[in-house]
Ligand binder design. Structure first.
Ligand SMILES: Cc1cc2nc3c(=O)[nH]c(=O)nc-3n(C[C@H](O)[C@H](O)[C@H](O)COP(=O)(O)O)c2cc1C
Length: 352
């Protein structure tokens, strides 16, 4: 079986695979460029994207905005006619400026989650950039698409559904994760139905993309059979030479067993899936003093005095310091990553 290309308006990805944005520093130009070169959609994570720039500590926002342009251009150089976009978290400080910057550099798509991207259409108005919310429930889908239709007379160019097996922040309450895992297929069908309504209303197609625990060709077929047009994969792409994370980070993936994954409580106010280590056990019992605030989250979300640890610091440490003292986000399937291969080999295996 060969898969249909993924069409998003006038954009066509030869293969229906989006590489999920991974912050901090896990999906930058090398990974996104390699996936786009193979016909998928490569996504750069904007979370502290400028961390490798020399003035990052002095002027974090400015360096992050400069890095958006730099990383995008480098990814486009790898994948000449490939589709490259950005993942921007609603919770990120300076969300509006970041979205505008991604639009100005000429990105093809923006995928936005970790909160409902209610004002995203307003921020990209007048551009051709394609926008997608990340949603985890039919309720959230209804609310968002209804709001966009009412306020902005438009709908989503595509929708990413993120299920409970994903890595990083999850759109479920801690106590909902088990039930959501059992019921996700039904929820996917309901979300697809809702998107049909809005697709008809605006006379466009709204491809639905499933993310969270997608690993094999069989998984892709499964989600296509539920009405999706493609999948978003992240964890599997960490096990590649192109993944932008350092070797130490990738080795943690290679060594993780099925029991090495746990759900942590993030200061963002959402649970997150991560690999167990010294850091994840420490945050259960103590507050980790914040060395430096880089204003990564909107002030509404982050109460600097009371948070148990700094999410930026914890994720930055994963790519700059020792991986025992860092938060190592990973999907539930991390135990299946047993070798470092290439993006080309993974995509060939999935598409053959
Ligand atoms: C290391 C890592 C970092 C992530 N960072 C982000 C992020 O910054 N923003 C976001 O929306 N999703 C993030 N995610 C979620 C992925 O984009 C993706 O949707 C999800 O992990 C898909 O599930 P999979 O990893 O099982 O393929 C992250 C996932 C991982 C594994």
């Amino acid at each position: 079986m060969s898969f249909n290309p993924l069409k998003i308006g006038e954009l066509t990805a030869k293969i229906p695979i989006i590489q999920g944005g991974m912050g901090v520093g896990v999906s930058l130009h090398r990974l996104a460029g390699a996936v786009a070169k193979k016909g998928g959609i490569g996504i750069l994570s904007t979370a502290q994207i400028g961390y490798q720039r020399s003035d990052f500590e002095q002027d974090t926002m400015r360096e992050n905005l400069l890095a958006i342009k730099e990383q995008f251009e480098k990814a486009k150089r790898i994948a000449k006619n490939g589709i490259i976009g950005f993942n921007v978290m609603v919770a990120q400080f300076g969300y509006e400026r970041i979205i505008k910057c991604c639009t100005e550099v000429g990105a093809d798509v923006i995928i936005s989650g970790a909160g409902l991207p209610v004002n995203l259409p307003e921020l990209v108005r007048g551009s051709k950039i394609k926008i997608a919310p990340i949603l985890s429930s039919s309720k959230g889908t209804k609310v968002l698409l209804k709001t966009w239709a009412k306020r902005y007379h438009r709908t989503a160019d595509f929708v990413v559904i993120e299920g409970p097996l994903a890595g990083g922040h999850l759109g479920f309450k801690y106590e909902e994760i088990k039930t959501a895992t059992d019921n996700m297929d039904e929820e996917v069908k309901r979300i697809v139905e809702i998107t049909y309504e809005y697709a008809n209303l605006f006379n466009i197609d709204i491809p639905v993309i499933f993310a969270g625990g997608v690993y094999t060709k069989g998984d892709i077929k499964h989600y296509l059979s539920l009405g999706c047009s493609g999948v978003q994969m992240a964890t599997r792409f960490v096990g590649t030479v192109e993944c932008d994370a350092p070797e130490d980070f990738k080795n943690r993936y290679l060594n993780a067993s099925i029991n090495d994954v746990e759900i942590i409580k993030s200061p963002v106010g959402m649970p997150g899936r991560a690999i167990k280590n010294h850091f994840s056990s420490m945050i259960k019992t103590q507050k980790i003093p914040i060395k430096k605030c880089r204003n990564c989250l909107s002030t509404k979300l982050c109460n600097r005095k009371n948070i148990p640890f700094c999410i930026s610091e914890a994720l930055l440490n994963a790519v700059t310091h020792h991986t025992e003292d860092a938060l190592l986000f990973a999907g539930a399937n991390v135990y299946r990553v047993n070798e470092i291969t290439t993006v080309k080999d993974i995509i060939n295996e999935l598409m053959q």
